[in-house]
Design a protein around this ligand. Structure first.
Ligand code: TXA
Ligand code: MG
Length: 314
């Protein structure tokens, strides 16, 4: 099993040394844990796809220290820059035209002419990025199609010896993957809902967002995702005898997303509750209704995918 180390000067040094050697590490961010490697090292990046069993047509996010590093790899329109200034460091990924001269390996971007890029807010991730000095490619640190990890333990359980070191930054403060926004000129298309909500983005830009359509869509959003081991039933108010119930607000459960009906708390607990339901080993899982507003939309997006994934799996 991998070393799971608390965040210290020493563990950060060790993590950076592994990255410099073309290795993989488990890296905490404010959203979910990432499986991180040098974005400019093709062999290292190939390792990520192998370990996750991820199709190579599904591109990765490049993590940077901030706007300055990002501009060496992506072209920022004024709108893109305004979003970065408003939400970085933080849980917003921008999909932008990739610079031809960027040293980021084409495997990272699945040879697209766009690049997904974000500056994470978690202090451990920031320290690693600053000391490493180059972009870090990092998808969520789970086998492809499985629940995203929000604790170091989830990473160790899911990836085992595929990583030698996991930095333990505690439970992720947000618990859902970043919002993904594609900017084409002065138009913004929402590709994945996340902690930065549609309302936040529209307020920052002063204009409505456009939906992703057939032509503009994240390859990853087309795939089955977040499959728990048992079928998942949504909008449940009363569990049947063989269901593990995940509650919210006034609807009680075996595990609670948030007893007070707080959406932020629910987002933070979502993958943890689903992991707990998996561990309980019941024949089925049920989850209480979540209001479809603000952060609730991102939670419902993950739940709908989890429900589809669980039915699709054998
Ligand atoms: O919060 C997060 O975003 C976490 C942490 C570790 O930063 N990372 C994460 O990575 O969720 P991943 O690989 O699980 O999701 C990245 C998403 C995928 O849906 C992928 O298809 C999309 O971003 N994506 C990456 N590059 C893209 C591009 N050039 N165009 C459109 N979508 C892209
Ligand atoms: Mg993922």
């Amino acid at each position: 099993m991998p070393d799971v180390l608390p965040i210290t000067e020493d563990s950060i040094e060790q993590a950076v040394a592994i990255l410099k050697n073309g290795g993989l590490i488990g890296l905490p961010t404010e959203t979910v844990y990432g499986l991180a490697t040098d974005a400019t090292d093709g062999e290292a990046v190939a390792g990520i796809f192998a370990v996750k069993n991820r199709p190579t047509f599904n591109p990765l996010i490049s993590h940077v220290t901030g706007l300055e590093m990002a501009k060496a790899h992506a072209r920022f329109s004024p709108l893109a820059e305004a979003f970065a200034e408003a939400f970085w460091p933080g849980p917003l990924t921008l999909v932008l035209p990739k610079r031809r001269e960027s040293a980021i390996h084409p495997l990272v971007t699945a040879s697209l002419d766009t690049i997904a890029i974000r500056a994470p807010g978690h202090s451990a991730a920031r320290q690693v990025l600053h000391r490493f000095g180059r972009p870090i490619a990092a998808p969520s640190a789970n086998p492809s199609g499985k629940l995203s990890p929000t604790r170091a333990r989830h990473v160790a359980d899911g990836l085992r010896d595929a990583v030698s070191l996991i930095l333990d930054g505690g439970p992720c403060a947000i618990g859902l993957e970043s919002t993904v926004l594609e900017i084409r000129g002065e138009r913004a298309h929402l590709l994945r809902e996340g902690a930065v909500t549609r309302e936040d983005l529209e307020e920052a830009s002063g204009a409505p967002l456009l939906e992703a359509d057939e032509r503009i869509r994240s390859p990853g959003q087309l795939l089955a995702h977040y499959a728990p081991d048992a079928p998942l039933r949504l909008n449940a108010t009363t569990p049947t005898d063989d269901e593990f119930m995940i509650g919210f607000g006034l609807i009680d459960g075996d595990a609670m997303l948030s007893s007070s009906g707080n959406l932020q708390e629910a987002a933070k607990n979502l993958f943890d509750c689903l992991a707990e339901a998996n561990a309980a080993g019941t024949a089925a899982i049920a989850v209480a209704p979540i209001p479809e507003k603000g952060l609730g939309r991102a939670i419902n997006d993950r739940l709908r995918r989890a429900a589809t994934g669980s039915q699709a799996s054998p």
